[in-house]
Design a protein around this ligand. Structure first.
Ligand SMILES: C[S@@+](CC[C@H](N)C(=O)[O-])C[C@H]1O[C@@H](n2cnc3c(N)ncnc32)[C@H](O)[C@@H]1O
Length: 303
């Protein structure tokens, strides 16, 4: 394998079906949330057609027909039907020691957990991680919702890899109560992770609307993979998982079907060597005199 990373422009289901079973060490995904947005309101049927209007993975062409638009409830059924085959493939391609982290909005989390329990088995459920942040307006009609959920499942609960010692420790809330030695070492994070969203004016910000913080991905990758392992994100967006994996010495595969995501990744990965681009030419999007990708400071946790 000559590449450190692969970035693929395609529908992720086509790519997943082409990946060898048991070959991936860690999967992180952050699927689009089903908040009733317009992408879930249009129903499309895609049929294989050599003269079709869409090109899929490996150059296959498809003809799409708009079947109509849907109310929110229908769109929700559609959302689970969309996720299910992708999660089944994720389970198939994970190595016996592999793990899946699925990042999801609190409005969908319980439905998706039931689906994951069915696909992975209830005993394979390891953690529900709450990513808590504090940003934006505060409703006065209810408790302001300021968290996302990340489900952590193991392919095999008896064999999954997890290295707590590799995780960056965090400061104690009351360091004077634990003594100077413990206080200077910090403590292990729990399943509640306080972390800022990507700050608007930070060098980390790419402009991709749903970009997740590198600090979240670093923690997942540090704990649930080893250097040299292969990390997959098949809803890659701006490529945060790939950047964190590369910084931590892991290999990565990123997949997205939105050309805007690929254009952002072309800029973000401009100076990362040994990246193979599939179905997409990054060169028009690359800055002519780009400075090397900066390593981001590791201390971004606040608790
Ligand atoms: C919430 S965003 C991911 C953001 C990412 N975690 C980041 O930090 O930038 C979800 C992504 O999934 C992509 N996506 C949606 N459906 C897809 C599909 N069928 N195949 C591949 N990518 C898809 C969207 O284009 C979008 O970029």
């Amino acid at each position: 394998m000559s590449w450190r990373g692969q970035i693929i422009f395609a529908d992720n289901l086509d790519v997943l079906r082409s990946i060898e079973g048991g070959s991936i060490d860690l999967i992180y995904i952050d699927p689009p949330f089903n908040t009733g947005g317009k992408q879930w309101r249009r129903r499309l049927r895609a049929e294989s057609d050599p003269n079709g209007d869409r090109v899929g993975f490996a150059g296959r062409r498809y003809r799409t027909t708009v079947l109509g638009s849907l109310a929110y409830e229908d769109a929700f059924d559609n959302y689970l039907a969309f996720l299910q085959p992708r999660l089944e493939e994720a389970h198939r391609i994970l190595a016996p020691h592999g793990s899946l982290y699925l990042h999801i909005d609190y409005r969908e989390a319980h439905y998706v957990k039931i689906m994951l329990d069915r696909i992975f088995g209830r005993t394979a459920f390891i953690n529900e991680i709450i990513w808590a942040y504090d940003y934006g307006g505060r409703s006065r009609r209810r408790w302001p919702a300021k968290h996302d959920t990340i489900f952590f499942y193991a392919k095999d609960p008896e064999r999954y890899f997890f290295d707590a010692d590799a995780v960056e420790r965090i400061p104690y809330m009351a360091p004077t109560l634990v003594g100077p030695r413990k206080a200077s070492r910090g403590k292990l994070p729990t399943d509640v992770w306080w972390h800022t969203i990507v700050p608007t004016n930070s060098h980390e910000k790419t402009g991709y609307p749903t970009q997740k913080p590198l600090g979240i991905l670093r923690r997942i990758i540090q704990a649930s993979s080893r250097p040299g392992d292969l990390v997959l994100d098949f809803f890659a967006g701006s490529g945060t998982t790939g950047i964190a994996a590369w910084e931590l010495g892991r290999r990565f595969i990123l997949v997205d079907n939105n050309p805007n995501a690929l254009a952002i990744m072309a800029q973000r990965f401009a100076h990362i060597p040994d990246v193979e681009w599939i179905n997409f030419d990054p060169s028009p999007y690359r800055p002519p005199h780009a400075t090397p990708v900066r390593r981001h400071p590791l201390r971004s946790w606040s608790e």
